[in-house]
Design a protein around this ligand. Structure first.
Ligand SMILES: [Fe+2]
Ligand SMILES: [Fe+2]
Length: 325
């Protein structure tokens, strides 16, 4: 029985069966999963070199900003070990390997692992990337880690993952659309597959938060507000290149994404509005005074963010990434 005095640990325990259901519903088995090899030239075949040649011809026409965004996305995906270990540090998650929570974490990681592999292999074959520079950035990002400001709190962490998986769905989907427009259907298909995974993950994390709202609306509301006050930072916010100060590369990467419309400040606001809808924030009952104030803050935030975005200029600064050959 969930009561007002219920702790986060109890809520997490109470949710185990629900997480198990979402695991079966929203993660795919290995047998039904796509693999990077399904989408890229097969090196065991005689036709390999011709296929690679065609891949390189298509890649030649990809724009500079699109390539920059692709490399940044790849590095972000390649830092998966950081995200998995972060998930494991969330307070109150049962450590029993048979717990649905642990099965979720492992299954999610297994799906995500294909994203970096697929993108990395494509970029290598494209011939347009300085692979060593990209790899060094990945190593930096893993070694530097990140600070998502979730304080290892499950409520804050699942607000974060709900937001972030939605954002990655949007950006991979947009990269797919742009790649198609620029004539690279193979890349479009690959990013489409990644985007579809991210959509399922987002759906699951949003469902986790909805479930928490059922059990502990006030605390969940406060956690949502806190994350939105702190702003959701991208997991690759410490991204950097060899010989470049930390912080600089990431700014140029997000500028490129904004410029080509892969991920913009309008998307940030749209995601927030989506979450407010999904979690039926307006209709929440059983909030105390602090909870009501938190709700007021979150409900008013999209309009505020839109006003700020209107005053922002599209970033035009040209930047030469070390990643691009
Ligand atoms: Fe991913
Ligand atoms: Fe993801």
């Amino acid at each position: 029985m969930i009561t007002a005095a219920t702790s986060r640990t109890e809520v997490i325990r109470w949710m185990e069966d629900f997480v198990g259901e979402k695991f079966s519903e929203l993660l795919k088995t290995v047998e039904e999963s796509w693999q990077p090899a399904d989408l890229l030239p097969d090196a065991t075949l005689e036709t390999f070199f011709d296929e690679v040649k065609e891949l390189r011809e298509r890649a030649r026409d990809l724009s500079y900003d699109l390539l920059a965004v692709l490399v940044g996305d790849t590095i972000t995906e390649e830092a998966l070990p950081t995200y998995e270990s972060w998930l494991m540090t969330i307070k109150g998650l049962p450590q029993d390997p048979d717990s649905p929570w642990m099965k979720w974490n492992r299954g999610w990681t297994a799906e995500e692992n294909r994203h970096g592999d697929a993108l990395n292999r494509y970029l290598y074959l494209s011939g347009r990337i300085n692979m060593r520079e990209m790899e060094a950035s990945t190593q930096y990002l893993l070694a530097d880690g990140f600070d998502l400001q979730t304080d290892m709190d499950p409520y804050r962490s699942f607000v974060y993952t709900s937001f972030q998986e939605t954002a990655t769905n949007i950006s991979h989907r947009r990269v797919a659309q742009i790649a198609k427009k620029q004539g690279d259907n193979m890349l479009a298909k690959l990013c489409g597959h990644v985007a579809a995974d991210e959509a399922r993950h987002a759906k699951a994390y949003k469902a986790f938060v909805s479930k928490i709202f059922e059990a502990d609306p006030n605390e969940m509301m406060l956690a949502f507000e806190d994350m939105m006050r702190k702003k959701i930072v991208m997991p690759a916010h410490y991204m950097r290149e060899l010989g470049v100060d930390i912080g600089k590369t990431f700014g140029h990467f997000t500028d490129a994404a904004q410029r080509i419309g892969v991920y913009t400040s309008a998307d940030y606001t749209d995601i927030l509005e989506g979450l407010i809808d999904e979690w039926k924030i307006e209709a929440l009952t059983d909030l105390n005074e602090a909870g009501e104030r938190a709700r007021d803050y979150v409900m008013a935030l999209p309009a505020r963010l839109k006003r700020v975005a209107e005053r922002m200029k599209a970033p035009s600064l040209e930047y030469k990434f070390r990643w691009i050959a």
